[in-house]
Design a protein around this ligand. Structure first.
Ligand code: AMP
Ligand code: ZN
Length: 458
């Protein structure tokens, strides 16, 4: 079965086919490194890390995620803190990678920094001027949106709507209100590079166009990011790249994750309603946060609350409870296959809720199995599924030693045992077995005798 992905440009789920058989290129817009990432920022990193893992099963993948290390917000942070720009960006690049590693995000194949690609940006801007898609005005270089009839085709906007919707004051040097900056002048105290248009710095959008072309070529297979990047960032990247490359397509598939919200309001630095990954990982296992981020389908909104976290923790307790006490060698883990239905769910536009249901199906089969060889085989498949999803990375004993909640309380166990006795009395053996399995899932073993039922934790 073909891998299916939802492409924003076509507005539907389509069969994925790489431009070159067996090889895939993917670019994800990375963070602007001037402060800590919040859990909403982590959603694209985690979601597209999962996609990278799924793609690597079938293809040779080159996955690039950039760092935006030149930006007016970084300049402002430098002025505010009195620290040099490079100190700020170096620090937050490291913090970002440490935070993402805690969430099980594997390092991409390349992590280019914008400031290492100024020459490529300047060259691309020169090409755009030469080809009549950009113009210099007052030390700035602007992209001439009217020169590109395809403009708006990604975000499905027309120019009139865009002008009506823009409340920005029109700079006098612009030919049209919707033209956007490729290069702007820098004052002596701001970072700047020499260019044919004087000392200046690049606009945000040209950074990604230049880095994508340098590392992945003119046409990339997958371009990904959060939904808020569709317009203007990705629309502008697409305009720059296709116009610089004589109309050759920029990205064959555009993927965008939905927003993470809190109390149904988008989490964002400007609103101030942020939970920083750096703070969360100090008290919540990274795997719990990862699963919480994957608990909703990536295109759907995800409202973050204590319940989101608790529910992910309970889910992991069930998975760890199933594999607890079973020896699985590294070799067995590596050579085992995750369930085909779980892989199929992920290959269907990353249907993580369905994939998790399949994961629990496997855990249930393991809990029910009694033959040691069968149990070892099923446990190896659990770990293989975990490796695909970036879960089950901890030793089960350590997992339970570190978690103070999630276990059934003695009262809850007693209540389930009573329900099971009632089910048996009513000859509802299916339900009775299900309760036994539920207890086993939670690491509780029960024993029936003439005097009643006793239980112990595994
Ligand atoms: P920024 O640092 O604001 O450019 O964001 C980095 C990445 O996080 C981008 O791909 C954004 O689209 C994404 N992002 C920002 N806020 C959220 C949110 N609340 N939910 C999901 N993704 C977000
Ligand atoms: Zn970008």
């Amino acid at each position: 079965m073909a891998l299916k992905l939802h492409d924003t440009k076509q507005g539907r789920k389509v069969e994925f086919e790489p431009q070159e058989a067996g090889r895939v290129t993917m670019y994800l817009c990375g963070p602007t490194v001037y402060n800590y990432a919040h859990i909403g920022n982590a959603r694209p990193a985690v979601v597209f890390d999962l996609l990278a893992r799924v793609l690597r099963r079938r293809y040779e993948l080159k996955f690039v995620r950039n760092f935006t290390d030149v930006d007016d917000k970084i300049n402002a942070a430098s002025i505010e803190s009195g620290k040099p720009i490079s100190e700020i960006t170096e620090h937050f690049k490291n913090v970002y990678n440490e935070d993402m590693a805690a969430l099980g995000v594997l390092p991409p194949d390349a992590e280019p920094c914008a400031t290492d690609h100024i020459a490529e940006m300047v060259a691309m801007i020169e090409t755009l001027i030469e080809k009549g898609h950009a113009y210099e005005a007052d030390g700035h270089v602007l992209f001439d949106v009217d020169s590109n009839p395809d403009y708006g085709s990604l975000s499905k906007r027309n120019l009139r709507e865009m002008i009506a919707g823009s409340r920005v004051e029109v700079a006098p040097y612009k030919k049209a209100a919707h033209d956007f900056v490729l290069w702007k002048p820098s004052t002596p105290e701001l970072p700047g590079w020499d260019s044919p248009w004087g000392r200046g710095r690049p606009g945000w959008h040209i950074e990604c166009s230049a880095m994508a072309a340098k590392h992945l070529g003119e046409t990339i297979d997958i371009h990904a990011g959060g939904q808020d990047l569709v317009f203007p960032h990705h629309e502008n990247e697409m305009a720059q790249s296709t116009c610089a490359h004589d109309g050759r397509p920029f990205a064959r598939y555009w993927l965008h994750n939905g927003f993470l919200s809190m109390d149904h309001e988008k989490m964002s630095k400007s609103l101030g309603n942020v939970l920083l990954v750096h703070d969360l990982i100090a008290r919540i296992p990274g795997e719990v946060l990862r699963l919480a981020l994957l608990s909703a389908h990536y295109r759907q909104p995800l409202d973050w609350s204590d319940e989101t976290v608790d529910s992910a923790r309970r889910m992991l307790d069930r998975l760890y409870g199933a594999v607890r006490g079973i020896e699985v060698s590294e070799e067995a883990r590596r050579s085992a296959e995750p369930p085909a239905a779980l892989v199929a769910a992920l290959e269907d536009d990353l249907n993580t809720p369905k994939a998790m249901a399949e994961f629990f199906g496997l855990a249930k089969a393991l809990n029910k199995a009694s033959d040691p060889d069968e149990r070892a085989g099923l446990a190896a498949r659990m770990y293989a599924a975990g490796d695909l999803m970036g879960l089950l990375r901890t030793d089960p004993e350590e997992w339970f030693a570190g978690s103070d909640t999630g276990e059934l309380s003695a009262d809850e166990i007693d209540a389930l045992i009573v329900q099971r006795a009632e089910a048996k009395a009513a000859k509802d053996f299916e339900r009775a077995d299900a309760i036994r399995a539920e207890l086993a899932d939670a690491g509780v073993r029960i024993e029936d005798s003439r005097d009643g039922t006793t239980w112990r934790r595994d």
